[in-house]
Each structure stands twice: as structure tokens, then as C-alpha cells.
Design a protein around this ligand. Structure first.
Ligand SMILES: Cc1cc2nc3c(=O)[nH]c(=O)nc-3n(C[C@H](O)[C@H](O)[C@H](O)COP(=O)(O)OP(=O)(O)OC[C@H]3O[C@@H](n4cnc5c(N)ncnc54)[C@H](O)[C@@H]3O)c2cc1C
Length: 309
């Protein structure tokens, strides 16, 4: 599969359906993801994205997974790239490497401070905020260093429920607008479990003239433990009482909890489709079964292409 610029993907697919993977941290986890790739491929996602860790060896793993997905030719990989502890020369090397491998799009995020970095000061970084990386990649694009004359398609993160570091929500919108004005092509959102929050945020974007496509982040909850972990990782995300009640009702039955999570996510997706969402990005945690069942519920498995085309 040739990697496609996000603008071409958005033109081709009425609604993009995409997956997020994280790079496996052990040989066992790598084998487990490799086993599931066939199932993911059969769902024919518009693209898949690969997360990027804050510093250390996981960064190389992101690169390796992206290149191996690309060379398999079956999935179109979009690497994530963060600002945290990113040195300009290393960044340039990474961009040049991705360009050489014909990677077409990058999702740019700031990243969170590494847990073990005492006294970490984001302001001392070469790229304190995601907007600084967007500008740098735009400059790389403008220098004609990519085979595609448009360079990399650039994605950024959006937070319908707000980002915890900027309690002033109007100012937060200004920061999102700055990323758009710096040249972002699309926004992928943090996970949310109440679509009304997403719709309201889309309206706020409209008021601010943030008019690039917004791809909704959806995470099927597969266990009580996953929900608790996500509450930590995606700080500020609200888990509606109705969802919590259903999950607690079945908490001793893993299969039933997963069914609740799949049903909730499927209802969210159906409603998003009814509202003409441009894309849905599934936080898969490298597991294919829940996503597969949501696809079935949506009629998005092959044979029913109306959602995408
Ligand atoms: C879709 C998605 C994918 C993600 N993937 C990863 C990943 O692969 N690896 C990882 O480590 N993390 C990842 N994260 C988490 C993300 O890195 C954190 O949530 C981070 O805290 C915010 O990133 P950002 O890109 O929105 O940062 P920014 O846009 O830099 O914003 C961070 C905070 O700074 C504020 N801000 C922005 N600009 C300015 C400014 N000029 N002056 C003052 N304040 C400003 C914003 O309002 C916000 O509160 C992901 C999040 C999402 C939603």
C-alpha cells in the first residue's frame, strides 16, 4: 500500500476509520501484535497511528514498527512525534528517515513529562509546545525535502473536555488555533465517552475558525482496570455515571464488561456517523477483538462500504 497524504485519505473516505497502536515493549508483546495484525488489516482502516514514548528506547520501537508496517504494504502508518526531550538535530534525522521511507503523515503532540525526570522544565525544551514542532515540520516541508511536494501531512491533538494544564478554555482554543494556523492538516481528539462534549467542542472550533477535519478518538473499555488506567492517562476525561454503573454491575465478569464497553463505543460511533463526523480513531491498545466487534455493529466490515465512501 502506498502511503497517502491525509488530504487524499480524507478526500477518498467519507468517514475515515483508523486505529492507534503502541510499539510493543517486549518480544512477547511484539509477537502478540504480529498475531493480531491480520485481523486489523482485514478491517481495512484508512490509516493506523503509532504512539511515541517520552525518551529512551521506545522511540526506536516506534520507528521500527512504522517502517515494518509500511514495508508490509498492508497498513498505512502515521507515526506520532513528541516535543519532550527532542533535540533539533535528532528531529531532523527522524524527519529525513521518515521521508526516505515515504511516510506521508505525522501526528505531532507535545508528550507528557517523563515520570523519572526530576525537575523537568518544558520551557527549557527546544520545542516547548506542539505548535513549535508543527512549525518545524512545515519548514521541512517547505524546503522540499519530501518526495510529496506537499511534504508530510501534519496532525495535532485536540481535547474536547479540556487539557488539564490550561483551565482557561478560551485560551486553550487559542492554542489549538495556533497549531492550525501553523499548518496542521487535521485534529485527532483525546478519547471521550459523551458525544455531546465533542459536538459542543466542534462548534467552539467553528467559532474560532478552526476548520480542519476533526477525527474523534474512541476507546472501547475492555475492563474496569483499563478504565482506571485511562482515567490516569487521559486526565480530565469524564466517564458518565451511566457507563460506570454498567461496568460496575458486571465487574466480576470480564467478558460482560467488554461487551458493555463495545456496546457503548458502538452507540457513540453510530451517533457520530449520524452527525457526519469526518473520522473515528480507535484507541485499540493493540487488541483487535473489541474494535472488530464495533466494526461489525457499524456494518463497516467489508461488504458494507457506505460508511466510508
Ligand atoms: C490523539 C493523541 C495522541 C497522543 N499520542 C501521544 C504519544 O504518542 N506520546 C505521548 O507521550 N503522548 C501522547 N499524547 C498525550 C499528549 O502528549 C498530552 O496530552 C500532552 O499533555 C498534550 O499534548 P498537545 O500536543 O496537545 O500539547 P500542546 O498543544 O503543546 O498543549 C499542551 C498544553 O500547553 C498549552 N499550550 C499550548 N501552547 C501554549 C503556549 N504557546 N503557551 C502556553 N501554553 C500553551 C495547551 O493549552 C495545553 O494545556 C496523545 C494525546 C492525544 C490526544
Amino acid at each position: 500500500m502506498a502511503c497517502m497524504h491525509i488530504r487524499d485519505i480524507l478526500e477518498r473516505d467519507k468517514t475515515t476509520l483508523s486505529f492507534e497502536f503502541f510499539p510493543p515493549r517486549s518480544d512477547k508483546a511484539a509477537a502478540s501484535l504480529a498475531d493480531r495484525l491480520g485481523a486489523f488489516e482485514s478491517l481495512e482502516p484508512s490509516f493506523v497511528s503509532v504512539t511515541y514514548g517520552a525518551g529512551g528506547s521506545t522511540r526506536q520501537r516506534t520507528h521500527d514498527l512504522v517502517v515494518s508496517l509500511k514495508s508490509s504494504g498492508k497498513l498505512d502508518p502515521v507515526p506520532h512525534l513528541t516535543c519532550v526531550m527532542q533535540k533539533p538535530d535528532e528531529l531532523d534525522e527522524i524527519l529525513a528517515r521518515y521521508a526516505a521511507h515515504e511516510i506521508s503523515n505525522i501526528l505531532v503532540i507535545r508528550g507528557d513529562a517523563p515520570e523519572d525526570a526530576q525537575g523537568y522544565d518544558p520551557a527549557a525544551e527546544a520545542y516547548p509546545h506542539a505548535v513549535d514542532l508543527v512549525k518545524t515540520i512545515r519548514a521541512f516541508n517547505d524546503a522540499g525535502r519530501h518526495a510529496d511536494p506537499r511534504g508530510f501531512g501534519i496532525g495535532v491533538a485536540g481535547f474536547p473536555e479540556g487539557h488539564p494544564e490550561t483551565p482557561n478554555r478560551l485560551r486553550q482554543m487559542d492554542h489549538l488555533k495556533a497549531k492550525t494556523d501553523a499548518g496542521a492538516d487535521w485534529i485527532t481528539t483525546q478519547m471521550f465517552f459523551d458525544n455531546r462534549v465533542f459536538y459542543d467542542w466542534c462548534e467552539q472550533c467553528e467559532i474560532q475558525k478552526i476548520d480542519i477535519p476533526k477525527i474523534a478518538g474512541i476507546m472501547p473499555i475492555t475492563s474496569l482496570a483499563t478504565m482506571k488506567r485511562m482515567a490516569d492517562l487521559a486526565a480530565g476525561t469524564n466517564f458518565p455515571a451511566k457507563l460506570q454503573r454498567r461496568i460496575h454491575r458486571y465487574q466480576d465478569d470480564d467478558h460482560a464488561v467488554e461487551q458493555v464497553g463495545v456496546q457503548w463505543a458502538s452507540e457513540q460511533c453510530n451517533d457520530l456517523l449520524d452527525h457526519g463526523v469526518r473520522g473515528i480513531h480507535f484507541y485499540t491498545l493493540n487488541r483487535s477483538d473489541a474494535t472488530q466487534r464495533i466494526f461489525e455493529a457499524l456494518g463497516a466490515s467489508s461488504g458494507l462500504p457506505s460508511i466510508r465512501t
